[in-house]
Design a protein around this ligand. Structure first.
Ligand code: GSH
Length: 252
């Protein structure tokens, strides 16, 4: 199978790469260049229009199976990979844990994007990192302690583990003492890290994303299927204060 996404950033592909690394699976990754800026985006828009003829939901990332089937939507791809690699629930109890943990991991991942990446550094953000962020992780530490499982849903790794790991890894760069008091999360984190060390270390070399405004193609109006909608979306792109090139160190 093949997965297509933006290259030279982590973005939404990190969890796919971690899952593939853990499963030692043969997944081919194709990349459009977003770090080329406007030019890379224009190349994608051109291809997108071609794919959209047969597959109107086309987006980045998308997965193409060997029979030609296309799957878009990040979480749909994650669940598909989970089923293929055995990282999916097999009993009702596992299914319940999986559903809950996937939601928890998604919320924590979204919080990372909305607050750590989009909020200007300052007193409010520091207080958020000191008080709110640990408050979100503490119940998960207790959950692991009470369940006595090696991973979030059971004694085997499943998709929510990768989603949460992918969110926590850069959080630890942003706030290195974040899990110091969470013994169970620490053990869980190191267990996953030690299984896919090489993939994680490779990922650490990449920025999470680009400063979005740098990727806006000048000529998108001639390329885009919905130029007016794109124009409004581009005008509303947030400024990122963390997670882009040169802005990935600890903040206090
Ligand atoms: N709902 C989609 C959103 C995907 C998305 O926002 N992709 C961004 C990159 S992270 C993109 O550049 N998409 C290409 C496009 O909009 O044409 C998903 O969950 O995968």
């Amino acid at each position: 199978m093949e997965i297509t996404y933006w290259g030279d950033i982590r973005g939404r592909a990190t969890e796919f790469r971690y899952m593939a690394a853990y499963a030692k699976a043969d997944v081919k990754f194709n990349y459009f260049s977003i770090t080329k800026g406007a030019e890379g985006f224009a190349e994608w828009l051109d291809k997108k229009a071609q794919y959209a003829v047969d597959y109107p939901l086309i987006n980045l990332p998308f997965l193409k199976e060997s029979n030609g089937n296309i799957i878009s939507e990040t979480s749909a791809i994650v669940h598909h990979l989970a089923r293929k690699f055995g990282f999916h629930p097999k009993t009702e109890k596992e299914q319940i844990n999986y559903d809950m943990m996937f939601n928890q991991a998604t919320e924590i991942n979204d919080m990372f994007f909305q607050i750590i990446m989009q909020k200007e550094p300052g007193n409010e953000k520091s207080r958020w990192a000191k008080h709110v962020l640990p408050e979100k992780l503490e119940p998960l530490d207790k959950w692991l302690d009470l369940n006595k499982t090696q991973y979030l849903c059971a004694d085997r790794v499943m998709a929510p583990d990768f989603r949460l790991f992918k969110a926590i890894e850069p959080m630890l760069v942003y706030k290195p003492d974040l899990i110091d008091n969470f013994e169970n999360i620490k053990v869980w984190y190191n267990r996953i890290y030690n299984s896919i060390k090489h993939a994680v270390d490779e990922e650490k070399k990449l920025p999470i994303t680009i400063q979005y405004k740098d990727g806006v193609p000048q000529d998108y109006e001639t390329n885009d299927m919905f130029p007016e909608a794109q124009k409004i979306r581009f005008a509303m792109l947030p400024t990122l204060y963390w997670g882009v090139d040169g802005k990935m160190s600890a903040e206090e």
